[in-house]
Design a protein around this ligand. Structure first.
Ligand code: SF4
Length: 501
């Protein structure tokens, strides 16, 4: 076993051992970083006796890299002990062939992280492992628990928990390790009564895999079949990537326990009937080839574009989308309007995280590293630019400038989502209220600010039609200011960090 690996025997202090991974906390520079909302995490769990579950988990995580790029980790179990490899970086940077070879077992969970609570630090890389009366467990979490600070104090005082990380996931892990309950379902119901907010979870003991979706169902989680065993993952695209067969999405408030005896699923009796899944998963976060709430995200996005045209038509020569995420919406707008769709902007798909700092001049032209406008396609035309969201507007301003410089005659910006007027509290890092442009300016003021000839957003009703719901399902809090549960208006993602860290 090399020094990078950690065999987690019961008597081993895993918290010390985790640091043996040798990574510093040095943050990479993300050249893709702009004013896009940031998703929290991707999670995977695999139970498949007789198969290389670490490899399956790795390739499933690979399909979820868009959900988080700060750290990645896999924990596996042979039935005797849990092993962990977790460190800062992209999945391809974190795992080499020999790392997977050192993760044997028939049971695995995996995680790729973007921090929404707790800093981007090695000690917050997941899966997290902790010990309790029911043995050692590993936990991977997607979401954001909004009462983590209070629960942390309570668990420290009443259960004597010694917290030494700074994420809400540590609170979840300690709760599942120590909560009263005769089986995993009773433990999950206890946690559902106490935890407030968003949490899709994969949890493993040395011989069982547990998947949990919070009672609101804010973050996605799906179940599939693989090699005679089972897999759970944030998105169906991860199942596709490893040849698993999609079974179904977990319901809000559902827990699934998988072990050598098979699979058992139950829904918390107190869970609401309607889910409050984040509608931004449909708009932007999830891969277009993932199925959410029974609908292919790609189809939902084309319908958003079509609704956007019905509500906000304009005469133009060409429809383009800001690549890659806005392309399905732009195709929907073009199809509904009869205006040709074209690719006027090319995105460098290989721009990503680097440990080389750009200088200030390069920062100033940062968006050019990512986008390039094709002048011959744009010049002299009236262009509809479809974007899937505007947060602060910094990217939009730069892209509009580039299109104008390329000779566009008119630029009409159409946003395939409603204006973002409030912050997210459920696992999406957007901006503060002061930074959200639509919380502080009118549509006309934003149009002038970004330099467009016209600007229009999809309405909330148009969005509901596009995702084909008439009821009050889906969280739409950042568009309406009304959330599925009470929230405090501004949350600090570093609330659990010690001062000065
Ligand atoms: S507030 Fe917005 S981003 Fe956050 S969960 Fe709700 S819909 Fe999603």
């Amino acid at each position: 076993m090399s020094g990078k690996y950690v065999q987690l025997q019961p008597e081993t202090g895993f918290k010390t051992a985790l640091n043996l991974n040798g990574d510093t906390d040095s943050p990479a520079v993300d050249l893709n970083r702009d004013d896009r909302p940031r998703e929290a995490c991707g999670i995977v769990g695999v139970f498949s006796p007789g198969h290389d579950v670490a490899r399956s988990t790795y390739f499933a995580l690979f399909a979820l890299q868009h959900r988080g790029q700060e750290s990645a980790g896999i924990a596996t179990s042979t039935g005797d002990a849990i092993r962990l490899h977790a460190r800062m970086g992209l999945i391809s940077q974190v795992f080499k062939e020999e790392d997977l070879a050192d993760l044997p077992g028939h049971l695995a969970i995996g995680h790729t992280r973007y921090s929404t609570m707790g800093g981007s630090k090695q000690h917050n890389a997941q899966p997290l492992i902790t010990d309790g009366p029911r043995g050692r467990i590993a936990v991977g979490h997607n979401g954001n628990v909004i009462n983590a600070t209070e629960l942390r104090e309570e668990l420290a005082e009443q259960w004597g928990v010694n917290f030494d990380r700074t994420s809400d996931t540590e609170v979840i892990a300690e709760m599942f390790a120590r909560a009263p309950g005769r089986d995993w379902f009773e433990v999950a119901w206890y946690a559902m009564r106490r935890l407030k907010g968003a949490y899709s979870l994969v949890i493993m003991s040395k011989d069982e895999l547990i998947a949990v979706r919070d009672p609101l169902g804010i973050r996605p989680l799906c179940l599939g079949k693989l090699n005679g065993g089972y897999v759970v993952a944030s998105e169906t695209a991860a199942l596709d990537n490893i040849g698993a067969t999609f079974i179904r999405e977990l319901q809000n408030g559902e827990a699934v326990v998988i072990n050598k005896d098979g699979i058992e699923a139950r829904v918390w009796p107190a869970a609401r009937r309607t889910h409050s899944m984040c509608v931004f998963e449909q708009i932007y976060f999830a891969r277009p080839d993932s199925v959410l709430n029974g609908q292919l995200a790609y189809d939902s996005r084309r319908r958003m574009g079509a609704e956007l045209y019905q509500e906000n038509p304009v005469e133009a020569d060409l429809v383009i989308g800001i690549p890659d995420s806005s392309i399905p919406h732009a195709i929907g707008y073009a199809n509904a309007s009869g205006i040709p769709f074209g690719e006027g902007i090319i995105r460098n798909r290989y721009v990503g995280r680097t440990f080389i700092e750009p200088d200030q001049r390069m920062r100033d032209v940062g968006v050019q590293m990512k986008f390039n406008v094709m002048r011959s396609i744009i010049a002299g035309k009236r262009i509809v630019v479809v974007d899937d969201s505007i947060v602060r507007s910094t990217t939009t301003v730069r892209v509009i400038n580039m299109i104008r410089d390329a000779g566009a005659r008119e630029i009409h910006v159409r946003v395939a989502a409603p204006a973002i007027i409030s912050t997210c509290h459920f696992g999406v890092d957007m901006a503060t209220m002061a930074e959200l442009i639509a919380a502080n300016k009118t549509v006309d003021e934003i149009r002038d600010h970004i330099g467009a000839d016209s600007l229009a957003y999809l309405s909330v009703d148009g969005l509901k039609r596009a995702v084909q719901v008439e009821d009050d399902s889906y969280c739409k809090g950042c568009f309406t200011g009304r959330y599925p549960i009470a929230v405090q208006l501004e949350m600090d993602k570093l609330a659990l960090e010690p001062a000065g860290v």
